[in-house]
Write a protein that binds this ligand. Structure first.
Ligand SMILES: Nc1ncnc2c1ncn2[C@@H]1O[C@H](COP(=O)(O)OP(=O)(O)O)[C@@H](O)[C@H]1O
Ligand SMILES: [Mg+2]
Length: 643
């Protein structure tokens, strides 16, 4: 199995691809078209309030001139009132504008994030099994949570920057220019010095931000593994090991985050330096003009206020590119996920699913995972309404047959048909609607028992539910639960026993009432007593349905209408229990072996037969030596039945 981690993918190739797909223009356009443009009106309103907020700053700097020249210098009492009133209006407008634009932006940001999350989740659920095998849950959770949150930062930075800060900057510069263009030029002497360093810093920030995102995803994966595997972690005393791996990753993450922050903070820092230079220039140049008497103090104060107020917007704009680079690293990733296409999709013109209880057929099916051949020309037919059992050693390809039927994977060659219709000609929803699958461990959700059985269905009457609960033997254990059907089952159903979980799965299957039933080791993990109850429920469930059952224990399969023996991706024998026993082949020997009702000679024969089946096995002993024989028997049993 080639279990690749997405973060350890060929890094150079990934980077090259990203450079092409990740240019800021492409990312912004993607975000705009998919998510933002629907909020156009709210965005315009927010921009209006930002512009207002920016504009009042210009008025504030402009009012400095009459304030100094008419009130403080000329001592004009009338001016005191109107200047005061203008200042009051300025601050009131500013307050209203600030509140309005913050609320608007937050609404847009939240809705966009929710949209992205919803869209991403339904997209991810469509992707193939192979995608999910290479992208651990923690990684995907991180994409959905943190990366989407990072996209939100674009709002605070880009929109606020573009709206309020650019507008206030333009107006303030206008005021400054109207007072004295020469002073304005002097104030800007530092700007050309910034261009190159700013460019280099941007690249640096983007790289570090990407690294931090990768590490964040790895961290989430670790956590997911730890919490999902908390019992094995405890039993194997892996707490120290896991903590160490976690701290190593955290240390890396801290380094990457701090570097990204440093880069992002350096830009506004440089603007400070630049402003200092401009400040000094204006003081020397303008100050001497005031001393000479060619300029008034009011003009100087007005200019100074304008430049001073321009300071903050300028610094924030300097930081915008850093923030954008961080957000871009997140948007890039989300976009990549969206652009991963599922290969197992419904055909454009699906064939209707078969009606009634269908026959299930595989003909000459080959399937490989990479270089590993898993099915090698497998042929099998499961008759309509009958029970067909699949037996064979672990790794023979039994579960793969189920995956082919439900189209979790497509074969490279051969036909997979249900009721004469090829599975890839049906729509996925219709196809999967044909099956109920009960496997070794039922997937329960952290919800009430009732919800776990109904799974969102509201059309089930109480009487119907009652019947299903009885048939699935759920009623047997209900009295033992504190709240009956409303008992919370805990994460992954951990408050229930294995047998109880299986019975919940059977109740679900009964409610689904599908024509085909797939049972993959449904009773294998259970103790003898629960096995009996679950088996009874399963027998009830399989009535009138085309049932395929995979089981280790031959006691489970002996009543099947047909038994198919698989090995190494092929069907090597089939028939009823009696036929197979009479034929005295592999199945017969295994059957006797499991029931230990057979003599030593037959065991040796079974062994010889096994050796021809698996030439890599060392030839067995010829005579009957008790201890050695017993261990060999175990080996055979393991080979054929995986235990
Ligand atoms: N997603 C996968 N990627 C690679 N190999 C796989 C995958 N799923 C199953 N296999 C391999 O296919 C073989 C058959 O698996 P499976 O059908 O589960 O066997 P079993 O008969 O025990 O149910 C095994 O060798 C297994 O390692
Ligand atoms: Mg299996």
């Amino acid at each position: 199995m080639s279990r690749k981690r997405p973060m350890s993918d060929d890094k150079a190739a990934a980077r090259r691809a990203r450079r092409a797909a990740g240019s800021s223009g492409v990312l912004l356009r993607w975000l705009w078209q998919g998510y933002l443009h629907k909020h156009l009106w709210m965005l315009l309103a927010a921009l209006f309030f930002m512009a207002l907020e920016g504009a009042v700053l210009g008025v504030l700097s402009w009012i400095m001139q009459p304030m100094f020249d008419q009130i403080f210098m000329a001592g004009n009492r009338d001016a005191l009132w109107w200047v005061g009133a203008v200042i009051m209006v300025i601050f009131t407008l500013r307050a209203v504008a600030t509140v309005a634009q913050r609320v608007l932006l937050s609404v847009i940001a939240q809705r966009t994030a929710a949209d992205l999350r919803r869209g991403l989740l339904s997209h991810l659920m469509q992707l193939d099994g192979t995608f999910h095998q290479t992208h651990p849950p923690g990684y995907l959770v991180q994409r959905l949570q943190s990366d989407v949150k990072a996209v939100n930062q674009v709002w605070n930075a880009l929109i606020t920057g573009a709206g309020r800060d650019v507008i206030s900057l333009v107006i303030l510069m206008g005021v400054a220019l109207s007072i004295d263009w020469a002073w304005t030029l002097v104030a800007c002497i530092g700007i050309p010095l910034m261009i190159l360093p700013a460019f280099v810093l941007q690249k640096f920030v983007r790289r570090r931000a990407r690294e931090a995102r990768d590490l964040g995803a790895q961290l989430a994966t670790r956590l997911d593994e730890v919490f999902h595997g908390i019992v094995p972690v405890k039993l194997n005393r892996l707490e120290g090991y896991q903590s160490r791996r976690f701290s190593d990753l955290t240390d890396h993450l801290i380094r990457a985050e701090v570097r990204a922050k440093l880069g992002a903070a350096a830009l506004p820092g440089m603007i400070d330096l630049m402003s200092g230079l401009g400040f000094l220039g204006v003081l020397v140049f303008g100050g001497s003009q005031i001393i000479e008497g060619t300029k008034t103090v009011g003009e100087f104060m007005s200019f100074f206020t304008a430049i001073g107020l321009a300071f903050n917007p300028l610094r924030r704009l300097g930081a915008v590119s850093g923030v954008w680079q961080t957000a871009a690293a997140a948007i890039e990733r989300i976009k990549d996920l969206f652009e991963t296409r599922p290969t197992l999709t419904s055909p454009s013109q699906p064939h209707a699913a078969p009606r009634g209880t269908p026959e299930v057929r595989l003909a000459g099916v080959t399937l490989s995972y990479g270089d590993t051949r898993v099915l090698n020309g497998a042929d099998l037919t499961a008759a309509a309404g009958r029970t067909t059992a699949l037996v064979g050693p672990s790794g023979a390809g039994k579960s793969t047959v189920f995956n082919l039927l439900t189209r979790l994977v497509d074969p490279q060659d051969g036909a997979v048909e249900i009721g004469g219709v090829r599975v890839r000609d049906m729509s996925l929803t219709e196809l999967r609607g044909l099956f109920s699958v009960v496997s070794q461990d039922a997937l329960l959700f952290d919800d009430s028992l009732r919800e776990n059985i109904l799974l969102g269905r509201t059309d089930v009457s109480d009487a119907e539910l009652e019947t299903v609960l009885d048939a699935a033997h759920v009623t047997d254990f209900l009295p033992a639960l504190s709240n009956g059907l409303d008992t919370q089952v805990g994460p992954r159903g951990s408050n229930l026993s294995g047998g109880q979980r299986q019975r919940v799965a059977i109740a679900r299957a009964l409610l689904r009432d599908t024509p085909v039933l797939l049972l993959d080791e449904a009773t294998s993990a259970l103790d003898a007593e629960s096995e009996q109850v679950v088996q009874a429920a399963l027998d009830r469930l399989s009535q009138g349905r085309t049932t395929l059952v995979i089981a280790h224990r031959l006691s489970t399969v002996r009543n099947a209408d047909k038994i198919v023996v698989m090995d190494k991706g092929r069907v090597i024998d089939e028939g009823t229990h009696d036929q197979l026993v009479a034929r005295d082949g592999v199945y017969a020997r295994l059957y006797r072996l499991q029931f230990k009702s057979d003599g030593p000679t037959a065991d040796s024969r079974a062994l010889a037969r096994m050796d021809s089946l698996h030439p890599d096995t060392a030839p067995g002993s010829t005579g009957y030596e008790d201890p050695a024989e017993t261990s060999l028997l175990q080996r055979i049993s393991q080979r054929l039945f995986g235990r």
